[in-house]
Design a protein around this ligand. Structure first.
Ligand code: FES
Length: 248
């Protein structure tokens, strides 16, 4: 049973809000504030600024590290480091092979066709006098000017390669050997240093293992006395070598 004093204590004091009033009062104030903040229909619309992005804090312990991403055009092929190395290695091998091939071709390519294997020209002043002979290294032959006693007259080009095994045959002006035609010793012969095959001034074999006389090359004499020898046109030697001599 409540006394008058208790009623007095439960009665709210004047000016204090009741429970219902306490809940409604902030709502009303919020509504008023919203109305105040909301743009009025008649007022011009203000531009809405985007909210500023807050700067990210720097990582602790050091300055900021800038990470730059490389921008590549769309569709750009990506070449790996391994692929680049493979291209470099195979490119180097290809260049080496090409260089070796070029060296080989350079080695085997025919040169100096005007020398041995081609035509060799001998000036008239270099043509030996009758009974003499001269070595022409460019054509690898002896140019012999035969006398009648030697089987001529005329010029003969003798390939200096011995028909036996290919040694170079020199002229030995002081070598003495019996001449089969007369039986008397004669001074001066072509004499192979390898196995001793011996040949006359016209290259006819008189001794040794050579199977035949020295081979001859085609020869022509120009109007000016110049001699041209075709070292690519060789006739195997035979006893008729002196008959092949060309008169001047
Ligand atoms: S190579 Fe000349 S005689 Fe044998």
């Amino acid at each position: 049973m409540m006394t008058e004093q208790d009623k007095t204590d439960e009665t709210p004091e004047e000016g204090a809000a009741t429970e219902g009033e306490t809940k409604e009062q902030p709502a009303a104030e919020a509504t008023d504030a919203a109305n105040a903040d909301a743009p009025k229909a008649d007022a011009p619309k203000a531009a809405v600024k985007p909210a500023k992005k807050e700067k990210e804090p720097a990582p602790p312990g050091g300055p900021e590290t800038a990470v730059v991403a490389r921008k590549m055009a769309p569709g750009t092929p990506v070449v790996s480091r391994r692929r680049i190395l493979q291209i470099g290695v195979w490119g180097g091998i290809g260049a080496a092979v090409a260089a070796m091939g070029a060296s080989f071709l350079d080695f085997v390519y025919p040169r100096n066709v005007a020398g041995f294997g081609g035509t060799v020209s001998v000036a008239s002043a270099a043509v030996p006098s009758p009974g003499q002979k001269v070595q022409i290294p460019a054509g690898r032959f002896w140019l012999v000017n035969l006398t009648e006693e030697q089987g001529g007259p005329g010029l003969l080009a003798l390939w200096w390669k011995c028909p036996h095994l290919g040694c170079t045959v020199p002229w030995k002006p002081n070598f003495v050997w019996p001449d089969p035609a007369t039986g008397a010793n004669k001074k001066g012969w072509f004499r192979c240093p390898c196995h001793g095959s011996t040949y006359t001034d016209a290259g006819v074999r008189v001794f040794g293992p050579a199977p035949r006389p020295l081979d001859t090359m085609d020869l022509t004499v120009g109007a000016d006395g110049r001699v041209t020898v075709d070292t690519g046109s060789v006739t195997p030697g035979a006893p008729d070598n002196p008959d092949r001599a060309v008169r001047i």
